[in-house]
Design a protein around this ligand. Structure first.
Ligand code: URA
Length: 251
Protein backbone atom coordinates (compact mmCIF):
# COMPACT_ATOMS: atom_id res chain seq x y z
CA UNK A 1 0.00 0.00 0.00
CA UNK A 2 1.08 3.54 -0.68
CA UNK A 3 2.96 4.67 2.51
CA UNK A 4 1.20 8.06 2.63
CA UNK A 5 -2.21 6.36 2.42
CA UNK A 6 -1.24 3.87 5.12
CA UNK A 7 -0.15 6.77 7.35
CA UNK A 8 -3.56 8.33 6.83
CA UNK A 9 -5.36 5.12 7.82
CA UNK A 10 -3.15 4.66 10.85
CA UNK A 11 -3.95 8.21 11.89
CA UNK A 12 -7.67 7.37 11.53
CA UNK A 13 -6.99 4.42 13.84
CA UNK A 14 -5.42 6.86 16.31
CA UNK A 15 -1.97 5.36 15.87
CA UNK A 16 1.08 7.48 15.33
CA UNK A 17 3.12 5.65 12.73
CA UNK A 18 6.45 4.34 13.98
CA UNK A 19 9.57 6.06 12.79
CA UNK A 20 12.57 3.77 12.48
CA UNK A 21 15.57 4.80 14.50
CA UNK A 22 18.83 5.23 12.60
CA UNK A 23 20.47 1.91 11.78
CA UNK A 24 17.27 -0.15 12.03
CA UNK A 25 15.64 -1.80 9.08
CA UNK A 26 11.92 -2.45 8.88
CA UNK A 27 12.72 -6.20 9.29
CA UNK A 28 14.49 -5.68 12.61
CA UNK A 29 11.65 -3.45 13.77
CA UNK A 30 9.12 -6.12 12.79
CA UNK A 31 11.16 -8.76 14.58
CA UNK A 32 10.74 -6.80 17.80
CA UNK A 33 6.98 -7.42 17.78
CA UNK A 34 5.69 -10.10 20.13
CA UNK A 35 5.26 -13.28 18.18
CA UNK A 36 4.13 -16.78 19.05
CA UNK A 37 6.27 -19.65 17.81
CA UNK A 38 4.48 -21.68 15.16
CA UNK A 39 4.78 -24.91 17.13
CA UNK A 40 3.36 -23.20 20.20
CA UNK A 41 0.52 -21.73 18.15
CA UNK A 42 -0.29 -25.16 16.75
CA UNK A 43 -0.30 -26.66 20.22
CA UNK A 44 -2.57 -23.93 21.51
CA UNK A 45 -4.87 -24.31 18.52
CA UNK A 46 -5.09 -28.03 19.00
CA UNK A 47 -5.92 -27.80 22.66
CA UNK A 48 -8.22 -24.77 22.57
CA UNK A 49 -10.36 -25.41 19.52
CA UNK A 50 -13.22 -27.55 20.67
CA UNK A 51 -15.29 -30.15 19.01
CA UNK A 52 -18.76 -29.06 17.88
CA UNK A 53 -20.85 -27.55 20.68
CA UNK A 54 -23.81 -29.51 21.99
CA UNK A 55 -27.03 -28.46 20.29
CA UNK A 56 -30.10 -27.47 22.29
CA UNK A 57 -32.65 -30.23 21.85
CA UNK A 58 -35.61 -28.01 20.92
CA UNK A 59 -34.32 -26.77 17.55
CA UNK A 60 -33.96 -29.10 14.57
CA UNK A 61 -30.43 -29.29 13.11
CA UNK A 62 -29.71 -27.17 10.08
CA UNK A 63 -30.08 -29.06 6.79
CA UNK A 64 -26.78 -29.99 5.19
CA UNK A 65 -25.15 -28.43 2.13
CA UNK A 66 -27.33 -25.32 1.97
CA UNK A 67 -26.36 -22.83 -0.75
CA UNK A 68 -25.75 -19.16 0.11
CA UNK A 69 -29.28 -18.26 -0.96
CA UNK A 70 -30.88 -21.16 0.92
CA UNK A 71 -28.87 -20.27 4.00
CA UNK A 72 -29.83 -16.62 3.71
CA UNK A 73 -33.52 -17.49 3.60
CA UNK A 74 -33.20 -19.95 6.54
CA UNK A 75 -31.62 -17.16 8.59
CA UNK A 76 -34.26 -14.63 7.55
CA UNK A 77 -37.03 -17.00 8.68
CA UNK A 78 -35.25 -18.21 11.83
CA UNK A 79 -37.21 -18.68 15.05
CA UNK A 80 -34.69 -20.89 16.85
CA UNK A 81 -34.50 -18.53 19.81
CA UNK A 82 -36.52 -15.72 21.36
CA UNK A 83 -34.45 -13.00 19.68
CA UNK A 84 -36.65 -13.60 16.62
CA UNK A 85 -39.47 -11.92 18.56
CA UNK A 86 -37.58 -8.69 19.25
CA UNK A 87 -35.46 -8.21 16.12
CA UNK A 88 -36.39 -5.79 13.34
CA UNK A 89 -34.66 -8.10 10.85
CA UNK A 90 -31.87 -10.66 10.76
CA UNK A 91 -28.34 -9.54 9.90
CA UNK A 92 -26.90 -12.27 7.72
CA UNK A 93 -23.47 -10.93 6.80
CA UNK A 94 -21.95 -8.91 4.03
CA UNK A 95 -18.98 -8.94 1.70
CA UNK A 96 -17.19 -10.86 -0.99
CA UNK A 97 -18.28 -14.54 -1.00
CA UNK A 98 -14.78 -15.38 -2.27
CA UNK A 99 -12.99 -13.34 0.40
CA UNK A 100 -9.79 -14.59 2.04
CA UNK A 101 -10.73 -12.85 5.29
CA UNK A 102 -13.77 -13.52 7.44
CA UNK A 103 -14.30 -11.01 10.24
CA UNK A 104 -16.56 -12.31 13.00
CA UNK A 105 -18.19 -9.96 15.49
CA UNK A 106 -20.59 -10.51 18.33
CA UNK A 107 -24.12 -9.54 17.33
CA UNK A 108 -25.96 -6.75 15.55
CA UNK A 109 -26.47 -3.50 17.46
CA UNK A 110 -29.36 -1.07 17.05
CA UNK A 111 -28.10 0.40 13.78
CA UNK A 112 -27.33 -3.03 12.29
CA UNK A 113 -30.77 -4.31 13.32
CA UNK A 114 -32.31 -1.31 11.55
CA UNK A 115 -30.22 -1.60 8.38
CA UNK A 116 -29.76 -5.37 8.12
CA UNK A 117 -25.99 -5.13 7.70
CA UNK A 118 -23.23 -5.90 10.23
CA UNK A 119 -20.89 -3.23 11.55
CA UNK A 120 -22.50 -0.14 10.07
CA UNK A 121 -22.46 2.04 13.21
CA UNK A 122 -19.52 3.88 14.76
CA UNK A 123 -17.79 0.61 15.60
CA UNK A 124 -18.20 -0.40 11.97
CA UNK A 125 -16.47 2.76 10.80
CA UNK A 126 -13.53 1.96 13.03
CA UNK A 127 -13.53 -1.64 11.80
CA UNK A 128 -13.33 -0.32 8.23
CA UNK A 129 -10.32 1.84 9.22
CA UNK A 130 -8.66 -1.13 10.92
CA UNK A 131 -9.06 -3.21 7.77
CA UNK A 132 -7.84 -0.40 5.55
CA UNK A 133 -4.73 -0.10 7.74
CA UNK A 134 -3.76 -3.59 6.56
CA UNK A 135 -4.68 -2.87 2.97
CA UNK A 136 -8.19 -4.34 2.89
CA UNK A 137 -11.30 -2.54 1.71
CA UNK A 138 -14.58 -3.48 3.43
CA UNK A 139 -15.83 -5.04 0.19
CA UNK A 140 -12.79 -7.34 -0.02
CA UNK A 141 -13.59 -9.21 3.20
CA UNK A 142 -16.66 -11.00 4.50
CA UNK A 143 -18.18 -9.72 7.75
CA UNK A 144 -20.58 -11.70 9.92
CA UNK A 145 -21.54 -12.09 13.56
CA UNK A 146 -21.91 -14.99 15.95
CA UNK A 147 -25.55 -13.94 16.39
CA UNK A 148 -27.73 -12.96 13.46
CA UNK A 149 -30.24 -11.07 15.64
CA UNK A 150 -29.84 -8.16 17.99
CA UNK A 151 -30.02 -8.94 21.72
CA UNK A 152 -32.42 -6.35 23.15
CA UNK A 153 -30.79 -3.43 24.94
CA UNK A 154 -27.42 -4.54 23.54
CA UNK A 155 -27.02 -7.11 26.32
CA UNK A 156 -24.43 -9.85 25.90
CA UNK A 157 -25.63 -12.84 23.86
CA UNK A 158 -26.88 -15.72 26.03
CA UNK A 159 -24.97 -19.01 25.65
CA UNK A 160 -28.12 -20.78 24.35
CA UNK A 161 -28.62 -18.08 21.70
CA UNK A 162 -25.03 -18.60 20.49
CA UNK A 163 -25.53 -22.37 20.41
CA UNK A 164 -28.66 -21.98 18.29
CA UNK A 165 -27.10 -19.47 15.91
CA UNK A 166 -23.62 -20.94 15.46
CA UNK A 167 -24.65 -23.49 12.78
CA UNK A 168 -25.44 -20.56 10.46
CA UNK A 169 -21.96 -19.13 10.89
CA UNK A 170 -20.45 -22.60 10.49
CA UNK A 171 -22.25 -22.99 7.16
CA UNK A 172 -21.10 -19.51 6.11
CA UNK A 173 -17.52 -20.59 6.88
CA UNK A 174 -17.93 -23.83 4.91
CA UNK A 175 -19.23 -21.90 1.88
CA UNK A 176 -16.67 -19.12 2.13
CA UNK A 177 -13.58 -21.24 2.89
CA UNK A 178 -11.67 -18.22 4.19
CA UNK A 179 -7.91 -18.20 4.52
CA UNK A 180 -8.24 -16.55 7.90
CA UNK A 181 -10.86 -15.68 10.48
CA UNK A 182 -10.48 -12.57 12.58
CA UNK A 183 -12.59 -12.75 15.74
CA UNK A 184 -13.22 -9.25 17.03
CA UNK A 185 -14.00 -8.98 20.70
CA UNK A 186 -14.32 -11.23 23.69
CA UNK A 187 -17.77 -12.64 22.90
CA UNK A 188 -16.85 -13.73 19.36
CA UNK A 189 -13.50 -15.13 20.46
CA UNK A 190 -14.86 -17.03 23.47
CA UNK A 191 -17.74 -18.52 21.51
CA UNK A 192 -15.63 -19.59 18.56
CA UNK A 193 -12.85 -21.00 20.71
CA UNK A 194 -15.15 -22.40 23.41
CA UNK A 195 -13.16 -20.84 26.19
CA UNK A 196 -13.75 -18.32 28.92
CA UNK A 197 -10.20 -16.97 28.85
CA UNK A 198 -10.01 -13.18 28.76
CA UNK A 199 -9.31 -11.56 25.41
CA UNK A 200 -5.92 -10.34 26.59
CA UNK A 201 -4.85 -14.01 26.86
CA UNK A 202 -6.34 -15.01 23.50
CA UNK A 203 -4.78 -12.38 21.24
CA UNK A 204 -1.44 -12.76 19.45
CA UNK A 205 -1.92 -16.49 18.94
CA UNK A 206 -2.93 -18.57 15.97
CA UNK A 207 -5.84 -20.95 16.52
CA UNK A 208 -7.57 -23.33 14.14
CA UNK A 209 -11.34 -23.36 13.76
CA UNK A 210 -13.56 -26.32 12.97
CA UNK A 211 -13.04 -29.37 10.81
CA UNK A 212 -11.40 -27.32 8.04
CA UNK A 213 -8.94 -25.95 10.64
CA UNK A 214 -9.27 -22.40 9.41
CA UNK A 215 -6.57 -20.18 10.98
CA UNK A 216 -8.16 -17.85 13.51
CA UNK A 217 -6.71 -14.76 15.18
CA UNK A 218 -8.33 -12.68 17.91
CA UNK A 219 -8.32 -8.94 18.43
CA UNK A 220 -10.22 -6.26 20.29
CA UNK A 221 -13.74 -5.25 19.33
CA UNK A 222 -13.84 -1.84 17.64
CA UNK A 223 -16.55 -0.68 20.09
CA UNK A 224 -14.13 -1.47 22.94
CA UNK A 225 -11.38 0.44 21.08
CA UNK A 226 -13.67 3.46 20.81
CA UNK A 227 -13.96 3.39 24.61
CA UNK A 228 -10.31 2.48 25.19
CA UNK A 229 -8.26 4.10 22.44
CA UNK A 230 -5.01 3.37 24.28
CA UNK A 231 -5.43 -0.28 23.22
CA UNK A 232 -5.52 0.60 19.51
CA UNK A 233 -1.80 -0.02 19.29
CA UNK A 234 -2.31 -3.60 20.51
CA UNK A 235 -5.08 -4.03 17.92
CA UNK A 236 -2.67 -2.84 15.26
CA UNK A 237 -0.18 -5.52 16.39
CA UNK A 238 -2.96 -8.12 16.16
CA UNK A 239 -3.90 -7.02 12.65
CA UNK A 240 -0.30 -7.30 11.49
CA UNK A 241 -0.06 -10.71 13.15
CA UNK A 242 -3.25 -11.82 11.35
CA UNK A 243 -1.84 -10.57 8.06
CA UNK A 244 1.31 -12.65 8.64
CA UNK A 245 -0.76 -15.74 9.46
CA UNK A 246 -2.84 -15.20 6.31
CA UNK A 247 0.28 -14.82 4.18
CA UNK A 248 1.44 -18.29 5.32
CA UNK A 249 -1.78 -19.96 4.18
CA UNK A 250 -1.93 -21.28 0.67
CA UNK A 251 -5.32 -22.11 -0.61
N1 URA B 1 -20.89 -5.10 17.00
C1 URA B 1 -20.80 -6.36 16.52
O1 URA B 1 -20.17 -7.22 17.14
N2 URA B 1 -21.37 -6.63 15.36
C2 URA B 1 -22.02 -5.72 14.65
O2 URA B 1 -22.51 -6.07 13.58
C3 URA B 1 -22.11 -4.42 15.15
C4 URA B 1 -21.54 -4.13 16.32
Amino acid sequence: MNPALRKEYLRALGITPWVLRAGKTSETAAAALPRVEESQARAVGASVVPSAPPRAPQAPPLEENLSWEQLRSRVAACTRCALSKTRTQTVFGVGDPNADWLVVGEAPGAEEDRRGEPFVGRAGQLLDSMLRAIGLARGQVYIANVLKCRPPGNRDPAPAECTECLPYLERQIALLKPKIMLAVGRIAAQNLLKTDSPLSKLRQQEYRFGAARVPLVVTYHPAYLLRTPTDKRKAWEDLKFAREVCARVDR
